[in-house]
Design a protein. Sequence first.
Length: 440
Amino acid sequence: MNIRLRQCLYGGMMLGGLLAAVGTAQYLEAVIPVGNMPMDVLWNPASNKVYTANLEDGTVSVISGTTNQVIATIRVANGATFLCYNSVENKVYCTSNDPDWLNVIDGAGDTLIRKVRMRGIPLRMAYNRLMNKLYVVCCDDNAIRVYDGSADTLVAVVPFGINWPMTLLWHPLSNRVFVTTSCDATADTVFVIDCVTDRVVSRPAAGNVRFALVWNPVNNLVYAGARWTVYVLSADGDSVVATIPGCGYALHSLCHVPYPNKLYAGDFNGEGVALVDCNTQSVYDTIYGVGQVYDICCDTLHGKVYIAGMMGVFVFEARTDRLIKSFNIGRNQLAWNSMNSRVYVTDDLANKVFVLRDTTTGVTEDRSVSVRRPRATATAMRGRFEVRGEGPSVLLDAQGRRVAILSPGRNDVPEVGAGVYFLCEQDGGSGCVTKVILAK
């Protein structure tokens, strides 16, 4: 890895109760050779394919989500690093840094549509499905570039002055992008962009945030991981609503678990994984022994949390935080395939993807929880949801992200694509959670 890219990736950071799972069966289903040094992994739900960005040979490997076979290898610019999915156009974006390009891949045909020349090292991305825009971090140019998701043309450049943008998160309800930066340790490092004007509109008082951002769709707050602290930001990013101490020194990964409402905060220095109660905004426990944490993901269908780090992959039951299994595999990034109940783990040293398959029957209601009234249910067809219930409900996608607020009766949401969703009563009542399948 060249020095210029390493500086952008690490930014000067010092390295060093409503649902219960049924059963605990997981197993290593497949080991898939891919390109040289896979840096990132992404699941495409529309085509049921998995992509890896292979840094050293400038390729993207395409894996069938059904057969676990590599079905295509796409040549992109050298130094492939990060991936992002455009759900409106069924495109996959891959950034590369040798030279600096944005590679655009057709998600249906697995072909390179075009390469867009960048300025500065393009790294992490965020896609805005409401406005069909792509936001790209250009770290050594101290800017974020905004592209039209249809024509892949540049529509705006958001400058950050002396601040070095690192990672970003799009909030679908406020339609704003949260950006972490690497700058003076005494300065506030989170910036918020209005996606209508593509201008920075706020800078909440959250210091020393580098990489970790996550949206909590249950209480509609954004969590930003800093040194020893997680900052809780309002949905519009205008203010810090809570500060959670007692976390790791170099928080690198945040994963929200919607059922129950908690946060796993992984540390890159090996300080453990802090467990945060998102109802009380406090740390209630810490998981030790997992080493440096690279990535965390949640399987919301089965109520499992996967932690990937230097010492392997660890699987926890989300409700009880109980360790179920550990695997001496992988060391990098994770992606969850909700369609086939698989988790993909990249290994950037072995040039492989490990596939973990969850063979349990999913989640069920905890019988110790009393039911106050019948749960809210919905019938879905072509962007319309008919909701039966007593009050508003939250529609979550398969990764636990809030998609819409639905009222009792008919709700027309044409922007919601086909897939698996979950209906959760907005007041947190006994009607959470109902599985809903929206057909094409």
